[in-house]
Design a protein around this ligand. Sequence first.
Ligand SMILES: Nc1ncnc2c1ncn2[C@@H]1O[C@H](COP(=O)(O)OP(=O)(O)OP(=O)(O)O)[C@@H](O)[C@H]1O
Ligand SMILES: [Mg+2]
Length: 263
Amino acid sequence: MAEIVLDGVDVQFRQPGKRAEPVRVLDGIGLEIADEEFVCLLGPSGCGKSTALNIIAGFVEPTAGRVTVDGRAVDGPGPDRGVVFQDANIFPWMSVARNVAFGPSVQGRLAGKELDDRVAHYLGRVGLDGFGDHLPRELSGGMRQRVGLARVLINDPPVLLMDEPFGALDAQTRITMQELLLELWDRDRKTVLFVTHDIDEALLLGDRVLVMSARPGRIKTVVDVPLPRPRSYDVMREPAFVELKNRLFHELRDEEERAAVTH
Ligand SMILES: Nc1ncnc2c1ncn2[C@@H]1O[C@H](COP(=O)(O)OP(=O)(O)OP(=O)(O)O)[C@@H](O)[C@H]1O
Ligand SMILES: [Mg+2]
């Protein structure tokens, strides 16, 4: 059974204070993500990628349609779904270790030495050994995003929802973070929906890549990525990678042109 199912999902947003017709953002989205599958979502700006992710996260309620995660209807956020955004979701006034400890400690799941050990474990896994006492402002953007990842991973959610998590990082840091995510996923095998603008990133990470149409967003194309795992950056030189990249480039450009005309 698929872990995440969207069936006939429509979303319309009313513009605050305006009487105009509501904006149709998603139009009959159907999507199934299998347990432990890594799916990347590409599409032109404004097509509704974040909205689709926010529906699964439980932050946005669809106007119509059905959304289930592990067979249960989504009716709000939950600890089974970890969400990572472009800006690391960390508290600037808390040390790195306290940030990572936050989830399990507010939920009362862990405390004392057990919690400290778990925090140290996840800091190690994201490459931040020894940074527990630092404040976020003392870290680089890439390091802050590592804290954001550790903060979500410590809850061990079966589902990870990532919305352009590396979008604000420089190219080199971004590659390091992509390889880190591949390594984490190889060990933990979570079900992942990863939103990105970057075709290379989608093909490097995903088992499947979905391309959304210009608004109102629909799933326009589904591409399987038959590249072996474990993957590293070298996979980008494979002929299969280059061929898929070319195909996705044209798909995406068509939709970007449509988006430019309709907006
Ligand atoms: N809460 C909201 N209220 C009203 N309109 C919204 C709301 N959230 C999103 N929208 C509108 O829905 C459309 C899709 O937004 P969304 O953020 O999902 O796009 P996106 O594909 O993630 O874009 P980008 O690639 O730029 O991040 C946009 O036109 C946006 O203005
Ligand atoms: Mg977005």
